[in-house]
Design a protein around this ligand. Structure first.
Ligand code: SF4
Length: 335
Protein backbone atom coordinates (compact mmCIF):
# COMPACT_ATOMS: atom_id res chain seq x y z
CA UNK A 1 0.00 0.00 0.00
CA UNK A 2 2.96 2.31 0.47
CA UNK A 3 2.94 5.19 -2.00
CA UNK A 4 -0.79 4.92 -2.79
CA UNK A 5 -2.53 8.28 -2.86
CA UNK A 6 -5.70 9.10 -0.94
CA UNK A 7 -7.72 8.86 -4.17
CA UNK A 8 -6.33 5.40 -4.87
CA UNK A 9 -7.09 4.30 -1.33
CA UNK A 10 -10.66 5.64 -1.74
CA UNK A 11 -11.08 3.46 -4.80
CA UNK A 12 -9.83 0.40 -2.95
CA UNK A 13 -12.15 0.85 0.02
CA UNK A 14 -15.07 1.52 -2.30
CA UNK A 15 -14.38 -1.70 -4.20
CA UNK A 16 -14.30 -3.52 -0.88
CA UNK A 17 -17.60 -1.92 0.19
CA UNK A 18 -16.04 -0.18 3.18
CA UNK A 19 -17.11 3.31 4.30
CA UNK A 20 -15.29 6.02 2.35
CA UNK A 21 -13.73 7.60 5.50
CA UNK A 22 -11.75 4.37 5.90
CA UNK A 23 -9.44 5.62 3.12
CA UNK A 24 -8.46 8.66 5.19
CA UNK A 25 -7.91 6.44 8.22
CA UNK A 26 -5.63 4.15 6.21
CA UNK A 27 -3.68 7.14 4.83
CA UNK A 28 -3.18 8.39 8.41
CA UNK A 29 -1.89 5.01 9.54
CA UNK A 30 0.41 4.76 6.54
CA UNK A 31 1.86 8.26 6.36
CA UNK A 32 1.31 9.96 9.72
CA UNK A 33 1.74 7.05 12.14
CA UNK A 34 3.83 5.04 9.65
CA UNK A 35 2.80 1.59 10.80
CA UNK A 36 4.25 -1.45 9.09
CA UNK A 37 1.22 -3.76 9.14
CA UNK A 38 -2.49 -3.57 8.37
CA UNK A 39 -3.11 -5.22 11.71
CA UNK A 40 -1.73 -2.15 13.47
CA UNK A 41 -4.51 0.04 11.97
CA UNK A 42 -6.57 -0.37 15.11
CA UNK A 43 -9.41 2.03 14.35
CA UNK A 44 -10.42 -0.16 11.40
CA UNK A 45 -12.74 -3.00 12.29
CA UNK A 46 -11.16 -6.43 12.63
CA UNK A 47 -13.29 -7.60 9.69
CA UNK A 48 -12.07 -4.76 7.46
CA UNK A 49 -8.47 -5.30 8.46
CA UNK A 50 -8.66 -8.94 7.55
CA UNK A 51 -10.44 -8.16 4.27
CA UNK A 52 -7.70 -5.67 3.36
CA UNK A 53 -4.97 -8.14 4.34
CA UNK A 54 -6.32 -10.68 1.86
CA UNK A 55 -5.26 -8.46 -1.06
CA UNK A 56 -2.80 -5.94 0.34
CA UNK A 57 0.11 -5.41 2.67
CA UNK A 58 1.75 -2.19 3.84
CA UNK A 59 4.98 -3.15 2.06
CA UNK A 60 7.34 -1.49 4.55
CA UNK A 61 10.61 -3.25 5.21
CA UNK A 62 13.32 -2.27 7.65
CA UNK A 63 16.95 -1.78 6.60
CA UNK A 64 19.00 -4.95 6.81
CA UNK A 65 22.20 -3.28 7.92
CA UNK A 66 23.38 -0.02 9.44
CA UNK A 67 26.86 1.52 9.64
CA UNK A 68 27.45 4.43 11.99
CA UNK A 69 30.09 7.07 11.38
CA UNK A 70 32.05 8.70 14.19
CA UNK A 71 30.25 11.95 13.30
CA UNK A 72 26.82 10.37 13.90
CA UNK A 73 25.96 9.88 10.22
CA UNK A 74 24.28 6.53 9.57
CA UNK A 75 24.21 4.56 6.37
CA UNK A 76 21.31 2.16 5.96
CA UNK A 77 21.27 -0.75 3.57
CA UNK A 78 17.93 -1.86 2.10
CA UNK A 79 17.28 -5.01 0.15
CA UNK A 80 14.97 -4.67 -2.84
CA UNK A 81 14.22 -7.99 -4.50
CA UNK A 82 17.74 -9.33 -4.14
CA UNK A 83 19.39 -6.04 -4.99
CA UNK A 84 20.64 -3.40 -2.60
CA UNK A 85 20.37 0.34 -2.14
CA UNK A 86 21.61 2.71 0.50
CA UNK A 87 20.20 5.72 2.34
CA UNK A 88 22.18 8.08 4.53
CA UNK A 89 20.88 9.80 7.66
CA UNK A 90 22.76 12.97 8.53
CA UNK A 91 22.05 14.56 11.94
CA UNK A 92 23.10 18.19 12.21
CA UNK A 93 21.94 20.10 15.30
CA UNK A 94 18.19 20.58 14.98
CA UNK A 95 18.20 19.09 11.50
CA UNK A 96 18.00 15.46 10.59
CA UNK A 97 18.32 14.86 6.85
CA UNK A 98 17.84 11.61 4.98
CA UNK A 99 19.49 11.17 1.60
CA UNK A 100 17.55 8.59 -0.42
CA UNK A 101 18.27 6.49 -3.50
CA UNK A 102 15.98 6.44 -6.52
CA UNK A 103 17.57 3.64 -8.58
CA UNK A 104 19.74 0.59 -8.05
CA UNK A 105 23.00 1.90 -9.47
CA UNK A 106 22.84 4.59 -12.14
CA UNK A 107 23.01 4.96 -15.93
CA UNK A 108 24.57 8.41 -15.96
CA UNK A 109 28.19 7.23 -15.70
CA UNK A 110 29.67 10.35 -14.07
CA UNK A 111 33.35 9.55 -14.03
CA UNK A 112 33.99 10.61 -10.44
CA UNK A 113 31.12 8.65 -8.88
CA UNK A 114 31.19 5.21 -7.25
CA UNK A 115 27.49 4.64 -8.01
CA UNK A 116 28.10 5.50 -11.67
CA UNK A 117 30.86 2.89 -11.79
CA UNK A 118 28.44 0.27 -10.51
CA UNK A 119 26.27 0.65 -13.63
CA UNK A 120 22.48 0.45 -13.73
CA UNK A 121 20.62 -2.43 -12.13
CA UNK A 122 17.01 -1.27 -12.12
CA UNK A 123 14.46 1.30 -11.09
CA UNK A 124 13.08 1.64 -7.60
CA UNK A 125 9.31 1.75 -7.36
CA UNK A 126 7.67 4.68 -5.55
CA UNK A 127 7.09 2.29 -2.62
CA UNK A 128 10.79 1.33 -2.57
CA UNK A 129 11.79 5.00 -2.45
CA UNK A 130 9.21 5.94 0.17
CA UNK A 131 10.10 2.88 2.24
CA UNK A 132 13.57 4.32 2.84
CA UNK A 133 12.01 7.41 4.42
CA UNK A 134 9.40 5.42 6.26
CA UNK A 135 11.51 2.56 7.61
CA UNK A 136 14.64 4.23 9.00
CA UNK A 137 14.40 4.33 12.80
CA UNK A 138 14.60 8.15 12.67
CA UNK A 139 11.61 8.45 10.32
CA UNK A 140 9.52 10.61 12.67
CA UNK A 141 12.51 12.80 13.53
CA UNK A 142 13.43 13.63 9.94
CA UNK A 143 13.32 17.32 9.11
CA UNK A 144 14.50 17.08 5.50
CA UNK A 145 14.79 14.60 2.67
CA UNK A 146 17.21 14.97 -0.23
CA UNK A 147 17.07 12.84 -3.36
CA UNK A 148 20.83 12.66 -3.77
CA UNK A 149 21.61 9.00 -3.11
CA UNK A 150 22.12 6.31 -5.73
CA UNK A 151 20.58 7.00 -9.12
CA UNK A 152 19.34 9.93 -11.20
CA UNK A 153 15.86 10.96 -9.96
CA UNK A 154 14.70 12.25 -13.36
CA UNK A 155 15.53 8.93 -14.95
CA UNK A 156 12.71 7.63 -12.73
CA UNK A 157 10.47 10.70 -12.81
CA UNK A 158 7.00 9.13 -12.40
CA UNK A 159 8.00 7.32 -9.23
CA UNK A 160 9.91 10.28 -7.80
CA UNK A 161 6.98 12.66 -8.42
CA UNK A 162 4.61 10.21 -6.77
CA UNK A 163 6.80 10.16 -3.65
CA UNK A 164 6.99 13.96 -3.62
CA UNK A 165 3.19 14.03 -3.75
CA UNK A 166 2.92 11.75 -0.74
CA UNK A 167 5.50 13.77 1.21
CA UNK A 168 3.76 17.10 0.60
CA UNK A 169 0.04 16.16 0.39
CA UNK A 170 -2.19 16.97 3.35
CA UNK A 171 -3.31 13.32 3.36
CA UNK A 172 0.34 12.18 3.22
CA UNK A 173 3.22 13.43 5.34
CA UNK A 174 1.88 17.00 4.97
CA UNK A 175 5.43 18.36 4.78
CA UNK A 176 6.25 21.75 3.35
CA UNK A 177 7.98 21.33 -0.05
CA UNK A 178 10.81 23.39 1.44
CA UNK A 179 11.88 20.27 3.34
CA UNK A 180 12.58 18.31 0.17
CA UNK A 181 15.36 18.72 -2.42
CA UNK A 182 15.74 16.73 -5.62
CA UNK A 183 19.12 16.59 -7.32
CA UNK A 184 19.71 16.01 -11.03
CA UNK A 185 22.54 16.04 -13.56
CA UNK A 186 20.07 18.00 -15.71
CA UNK A 187 17.76 15.58 -17.51
CA UNK A 188 15.57 18.32 -18.93
CA UNK A 189 12.26 16.49 -19.60
CA UNK A 190 11.97 15.13 -16.05
CA UNK A 191 13.31 18.33 -14.54
CA UNK A 192 10.63 20.38 -16.32
CA UNK A 193 7.88 18.09 -15.09
CA UNK A 194 9.26 18.41 -11.58
CA UNK A 195 9.46 22.20 -11.83
CA UNK A 196 5.86 22.40 -13.02
CA UNK A 197 4.26 19.70 -10.89
CA UNK A 198 6.04 20.20 -7.57
CA UNK A 199 7.28 23.07 -5.40
CA UNK A 200 10.21 21.18 -3.88
CA UNK A 201 13.74 22.56 -4.13
CA UNK A 202 15.98 21.72 -7.07
CA UNK A 203 19.71 20.93 -6.94
CA UNK A 204 21.72 20.56 -10.13
CA UNK A 205 24.99 18.61 -10.22
CA UNK A 206 27.05 21.10 -12.17
CA UNK A 207 30.73 20.31 -11.47
CA UNK A 208 32.00 22.19 -14.54
CA UNK A 209 30.50 25.22 -16.30
CA UNK A 210 32.51 24.68 -19.50
CA UNK A 211 30.46 22.39 -21.74
CA UNK A 212 33.30 20.53 -23.41
CA UNK A 213 35.08 19.84 -20.13
CA UNK A 214 31.85 18.89 -18.37
CA UNK A 215 31.15 16.35 -21.12
CA UNK A 216 34.43 14.61 -20.20
CA UNK A 217 33.30 14.26 -16.61
CA UNK A 218 29.59 13.73 -17.10
CA UNK A 219 28.29 11.99 -20.24
CA UNK A 220 24.77 13.44 -19.65
CA UNK A 221 26.18 16.79 -20.78
CA UNK A 222 26.12 15.55 -24.38
CA UNK A 223 22.34 15.13 -24.46
CA UNK A 224 21.54 17.93 -22.03
CA UNK A 225 24.15 20.71 -22.12
CA UNK A 226 24.36 22.66 -18.89
CA UNK A 227 23.75 25.96 -20.71
CA UNK A 228 20.36 24.64 -21.85
CA UNK A 229 19.58 23.26 -18.41
CA UNK A 230 20.20 26.69 -16.86
CA UNK A 231 18.20 28.37 -19.63
CA UNK A 232 15.21 26.16 -18.76
CA UNK A 233 15.62 26.80 -15.03
CA UNK A 234 15.62 30.53 -15.72
CA UNK A 235 12.02 30.28 -16.92
CA UNK A 236 10.91 29.48 -13.36
CA UNK A 237 10.69 31.73 -10.34
CA UNK A 238 13.20 31.19 -7.54
CA UNK A 239 12.82 34.54 -5.86
CA UNK A 240 10.28 33.26 -3.31
CA UNK A 241 10.40 30.19 -1.09
CA UNK A 242 11.61 27.78 -3.73
CA UNK A 243 15.35 27.36 -4.11
CA UNK A 244 17.70 26.17 -6.82
CA UNK A 245 21.26 25.26 -5.93
CA UNK A 246 24.20 23.96 -7.91
CA UNK A 247 26.45 21.22 -6.59
CA UNK A 248 30.09 21.69 -7.49
CA UNK A 249 32.70 19.15 -6.43
CA UNK A 250 36.18 20.61 -6.72
CA UNK A 251 38.83 18.49 -8.43
CA UNK A 252 42.44 19.58 -8.40
CA UNK A 253 43.50 21.13 -11.69
CA UNK A 254 40.29 19.99 -13.39
CA UNK A 255 37.53 22.45 -12.51
CA UNK A 256 39.13 24.75 -9.93
CA UNK A 257 40.74 27.36 -12.20
CA UNK A 258 40.04 31.03 -12.86
CA UNK A 259 38.39 30.12 -16.16
CA UNK A 260 35.87 28.01 -14.26
CA UNK A 261 35.06 30.89 -11.92
CA UNK A 262 34.52 33.18 -14.93
CA UNK A 263 32.37 30.64 -16.79
CA UNK A 264 30.29 29.95 -13.67
CA UNK A 265 29.65 33.64 -13.11
CA UNK A 266 28.53 33.98 -16.73
CA UNK A 267 26.39 30.84 -16.65
CA UNK A 268 24.54 31.74 -13.45
CA UNK A 269 24.23 35.50 -14.09
CA UNK A 270 20.86 36.86 -13.01
CA UNK A 271 19.64 33.60 -11.45
CA UNK A 272 18.70 33.62 -7.76
CA UNK A 273 20.69 30.57 -6.61
CA UNK A 274 23.51 29.26 -4.49
CA UNK A 275 26.54 27.13 -5.26
CA UNK A 276 27.48 24.33 -2.84
CA UNK A 277 31.15 23.48 -3.06
CA UNK A 278 31.80 19.86 -2.18
CA UNK A 279 34.99 18.16 -1.11
CA UNK A 280 35.88 15.18 -3.26
CA UNK A 281 36.42 11.89 -1.51
CA UNK A 282 38.76 9.60 -3.32
CA UNK A 283 36.84 7.03 -5.29
CA UNK A 284 38.98 4.07 -6.37
CA UNK A 285 39.74 3.91 -10.12
CA UNK A 286 38.81 7.51 -10.86
CA UNK A 287 41.30 9.87 -12.50
CA UNK A 288 40.37 12.68 -10.09
CA UNK A 289 41.86 14.12 -6.95
CA UNK A 290 40.12 16.52 -4.58
CA UNK A 291 41.19 20.18 -4.56
CA UNK A 292 43.09 21.39 -1.49
CA UNK A 293 41.35 23.23 1.34
CA UNK A 294 43.07 26.48 0.31
CA UNK A 295 41.87 26.10 -3.26
CA UNK A 296 38.32 25.50 -2.10
CA UNK A 297 38.40 28.67 0.00
CA UNK A 298 39.90 30.61 -2.94
CA UNK A 299 37.22 29.32 -5.31
CA UNK A 300 34.44 30.18 -2.88
CA UNK A 301 35.81 33.68 -2.29
CA UNK A 302 36.15 34.34 -6.02
CA UNK A 303 32.49 33.43 -6.56
CA UNK A 304 31.30 35.41 -3.58
CA UNK A 305 33.23 38.46 -4.77
CA UNK A 306 31.43 38.26 -8.09
CA UNK A 307 28.03 38.14 -6.41
CA UNK A 308 27.40 34.38 -6.45
CA UNK A 309 26.55 32.90 -3.07
CA UNK A 310 28.87 29.97 -2.59
CA UNK A 311 29.49 27.88 0.51
CA UNK A 312 31.74 24.93 1.29
CA UNK A 313 29.72 21.96 2.42
CA UNK A 314 30.66 20.11 5.56
CA UNK A 315 31.73 16.59 4.72
CA UNK A 316 29.86 13.85 6.54
CA UNK A 317 30.14 10.10 6.89
CA UNK A 318 33.36 9.72 4.93
CA UNK A 319 34.61 6.87 7.15
CA UNK A 320 31.59 4.71 6.29
CA UNK A 321 31.59 5.61 2.58
CA UNK A 322 28.39 7.58 3.01
CA UNK A 323 29.65 10.87 1.62
CA UNK A 324 28.68 12.29 -1.77
CA UNK A 325 29.64 10.05 -4.67
CA UNK A 326 30.69 7.13 -2.46
CA UNK A 327 27.50 5.07 -2.36
CA UNK A 328 27.89 1.71 -4.03
CA UNK A 329 26.41 -1.71 -3.44
CA UNK A 330 28.42 -3.30 -6.22
CA UNK A 331 30.34 -5.71 -4.01
CA UNK A 332 27.16 -6.95 -2.35
CA UNK A 333 25.53 -7.65 -5.68
CA UNK A 334 28.54 -9.58 -6.90
CA UNK A 335 28.45 -11.92 -3.90
S1 SF4 B 1 26.77 11.44 -9.63
FE1 SF4 B 1 24.58 10.93 -9.52
S2 SF4 B 1 23.95 10.91 -11.67
FE2 SF4 B 1 26.18 10.80 -11.72
S3 SF4 B 1 26.61 8.59 -11.81
FE3 SF4 B 1 26.61 9.20 -9.64
S4 SF4 B 1 24.54 8.74 -8.93
FE4 SF4 B 1 24.47 8.82 -11.18
Amino acid sequence: MLALSLDELKKIVQEMSMPSFTAKQIADWLYKKRVSSIDAMTNLSVANRSKLSESYEVGAHAPIQVSTSKDGTKKYLFEVEGRFVESVMIPDGERCTLCVSTQVGCKMGCRFCATGKQGFHGQLSAADILNQIQSVPESQALTNVVFMGMGEPFDNTDNVLRVLDILTAESGYAWSPKRVTVSTVGLIPGMLRFLKESQCHLAVSLHNPIGEERGEMMPAQRAFPIARVVEEINRFDFTGQRRVSFEYTLFEGVNDQQRHVDALVKLLAGLECRVNLIRFHTVPDTPYKGASEERMVWFRDQLNKKGITATIRKSRGEDILAACGLLSTKQLMEK
